[in-house]
Design a protein around this ligand. Structure first.
Ligand code: R5P
Length: 236
């Protein structure tokens, strides 16, 4: 039996694909994570002739695998820098459509593929729907860092007020999580984030930071699957 959360993710993902992936589109960006599994499932239900004329740009090892397993055409963002629409999940979204991403460590490629798109669409379940970032996602802002610089960056982040910031450790491997790009991750809780754009700028200015999992003023629309089976839509 599918859980309420999975059903909510699926509803949001299906509706977003139906409303934003158009027959005229030739290049589609595909995010990462568990909600995006449903995005790819919906893409695979489209007319196969349409999919054969379309290139899908993944944002991680995981999403590339989903696309390849589905027999879809995969391309890199350096081959296809003009993307029609990118659909991706999020860890939390605020009332202004700012988002925390990178719970799965994929936010660097995700941000590049989202910025390359004419339209960026977020899909999520009800647990990610907040007024202010930090209300529900307590793990902190994911920050990808150059491995040799991790401790210097960590101290600076702690001095910025994130006392509990820490290096993300692997579960089935000794040592830290290593991203698809060969970097480390710091998770930095900042409590309620009233001004995410400013926080993003401050963190990004630290040398050694590769990318910050704060996506500010990027999404045009977000779909949240609710517990009751409905889908809430938030636009700019
Ligand atoms: O690094 C991971 C990505 O930013 C995901 O899109 C995000 O963590 C949401 O994933 P999920 O849909 O599994 O909650």
């Amino acid at each position: 039996m599918t859980s309420l959360i999975e059903q909510a993710k699926q509803k949001a993902a299906y509706q977003a694909v139906d409303e934003h992936v158009l027959p005229s589109h030739r290049v589609i960006g595909v995010g990462s994570g568990s909600t995006v599994v449903h995005v790819v499932a919906r893409l695979l239900q489209r007319d196969p002739e349409l999919n054969a004329k379309t290139v899908f740009v993944p944002t991680s090892f995981q999403s590339r695998g989903l696309l390849l397993d589905g027999g879809l055409n995969v391309g890199d963002v350096d081959q296809y820098p003009d993307i029609d629409v990118t659909i991706d999940g999020a860890d939390e979204v605020d009332s202004q459509l700012n988002a925390i991403k990178g719970g799965g460590g994929a936010h660097l490629q995700e941000k590049v593929v989202a910025e390359a798109a004419k339209k960026f669409v977020i899909v999520a379940d009800y647990r990610k729907n907040s007024k202010i970032l930090g209300e529900q996602w307590k793990q902190g802002v994911p920050i990808e860092v150059a491995p040799f610089a991790w401790r210097v960056v960590l101290v600076k982040i702690q001095n910025m007020g994130s006392k509990d910031a820490k290096l993300r450790m692997a579960v089935a491997k000794a040592g830290p999580v290593v991203t698809d790009n060969g970097n480390f991750l710091i998770d930095a809780p900042f409590g309620l984030i009233q001004d995410p754009a400013n926080l993003l700028k401050d963190i990004k200015l630290i040398t050694g930071v590769v990318e910050v999992g704060l996506f500010c003023n990027m999404a045009e629309i977000a779909y949240f699957g609710n517990e009751d089976g409905s889908v809430a839509i938030r636009t700019k």
